[in-house]
Every structure is written in C-alpha cells, then in structure tokens.
Design a binder for this molecule. Structure first.
Ligand code: PEP
Ligand code: MN
Length: 250
C-alpha cells in the first residue's frame, strides 16, 4: 500500500489519484507567474512548481530570484488558491523559505546531501526527493531513509531520469523504477518527464507511460513563451501544449 500524503483537505497524494504538478523551471518575473497561476487555476491544477533557487551547471547562468521569488509566489498562491513546491539547495535557507513553500523539493544534485536531508527530515513539510542522476534505486531509498529517520515520513519520490551513454534525450527516464518502488517501498512515486527527457515532444508519451505504470503523478515544466525562458525552454510546454496533455491524461 502506498502511504497517503495529505497536502490539504482536498489534495491527497498516494491515494490512487493522479496528480499533475506544473509550472516553470524558474520564477522569472511577476507577469510570467501571473499568467501561469491564472492558467493553472483555470484548468483546475492545484499545485504549482517554480524554482527560486536554481542549481545551474554554469555559475554564470540565471540562479533564480531567491527570497524575492518566494515572496512573489506567496501572492500568486493566495490569489489562485494553489499549493507550491520549490527546491531548497542549502540547509541555511530552510528557515527563511519555510512559510512560503508547501512541498520541499530536493533536487537530483542534492539527493545525497545528507546534511540537507537531515534538516528537511526535522520539518513537518512534505518532501519530494528527486532521484540522483547517477543513483541506484537502493541509494535513492537510503536517501529517503535519512529524511525518515529524523521523523519526517511525508516523502514523495520523483523519477527524473539517470545518466547513461544515450544522449538523444537529456537523461534516460527509468520508468521501471515506478513498479519497482511500488514493490519495495510505500512512498508515492512521481515522474518528471521534463528533466527526464529534455525534449518537449517526449513529454506526452513519457507522461502516459508513467500513468499506466501507476505513478502517483507527474511534474511538468511549462512557460508562457518557452523560447524566451531563462532556463529549460527546450523542455517546457507552452499553454496550448500543456492543456492538450492535461486533457489527454485526465
Ligand atoms: C528542477 O526540477 O527544477 C530540477 C532542477 O530538476 P533536477 O533536480 O531533477 O535536475
Ligand atoms: Mn528545469
């Protein structure tokens, strides 16, 4: 049995429902987030994503708006009645970000950042633990154990692809982790088809496959104008594309 993770009275993850989380790779500005918030609310999406702290490969790339981004999200959230998931990269930011974020995301690059895992384990917020890009399933479960042993059992795992020799896709989405995790753990399992493929045209088939394999949900990157996105535009869906995906899946 998958454990249920209650986000609020209406949103329960792990109860057999399929939850779609969407939003931009990064919070960029008010206009972008207003557009996205209004769009998601119109579709009935309840959880928005959007990085304020961005783990970028190149230190000269856009690093996110930090606290300013979180404050902007507080307005968008209450205006459109959304819950918010966002990545924390540094244990020192947990306290500052705490009241702004409903689900703490631990990114792939930090899956084995044990001091970060222990700190989020001391909170009572749901944590989405993304798979390390070179982590085995067992290592991933052990990383979750670091959070659980501190007392926080509200953990959601997110498959986001692993590094292989294949470079047609950005990562190799290991969809078999879904049934395997369902067998050996009781954590809800999400899939991130955006980082998992890095290619817009593969997001629909990856999402459909995830749903058939009984994933508890997906996290999808969207942007009002992907060509202008400050990060991950090539894997972000525009509003029409996302609406088509949403209708297909639901
Ligand atoms: C993200 O979801 O914003 C992200 C950076 O993904 P990952 O940690 O899986 O690379
Ligand atoms: Mn991204």
């Amino acid at each position: 049995m998958t454990r249920n993770i209650k986000i609020d009275e209406e949103i329960i993850i792990g109860d057999g429902s399929f939850t779609i989380i969407a939003g931009p790779c990064a919070i960029e500005n008010r206009e972008q987030m207003e557009n996205i918030g209004a769009f998601l609310a119109r579709l009935g999406i309840k959880i928005i994503r959007g990085g304020a702290f961005k783990p970028r490969t190149n230190p000269n790339s856009f690093q996110g708006l930090g606290l300013e981004g979180l404050k902007l999200m507080a307005e968008i959230k209450s205006k459109y009645n959304l819950k918010y998931i966002s990545e924390i990269m540094d244990p020192r930011d947990i306290e500052m970000a705490f009241d702004y974020i409903d689900i703490i995301q631990i990114g792939s690059r930090n899956m084995q950042n044990f001091s970060l895992l222990k700190e989020v384990g001391k909170t009572d917020k749901p944590v989405m633990l993304k798979r390390g890009m070179s982590a085995t399933i067992k290592e991933w479960i052990m990383a979750a154990e670091y959070i659980r042993l501190e007392g926080n059992e509200r953990i959601i795992l997110c498959e986001r692809g692993i590094r292989t020799f294949e470079d047609y896709t950005r990562n190799t989405l290991d969809l078999m982790s879904i049934p395997i995790l369902k067998e050996i753990s009781d954590y809800p399992v999400f899939v991130d088809p955006s980082h998992g493929t890095g290619r817009r045209e593969l997001i629909l088939p990856a999402s459909e496959a995830s749903k058939s394999l009984k994933a508890d949900g997906i996290v999808v990157e969207i942007h009002p104008n992907p060509e202008k996105a400050l990060s991950d535009g090539g894997q972000s869906l525009n509003f029409n594309e996302f609406e088509a995906l949403y209708k297909e899946l639901m």
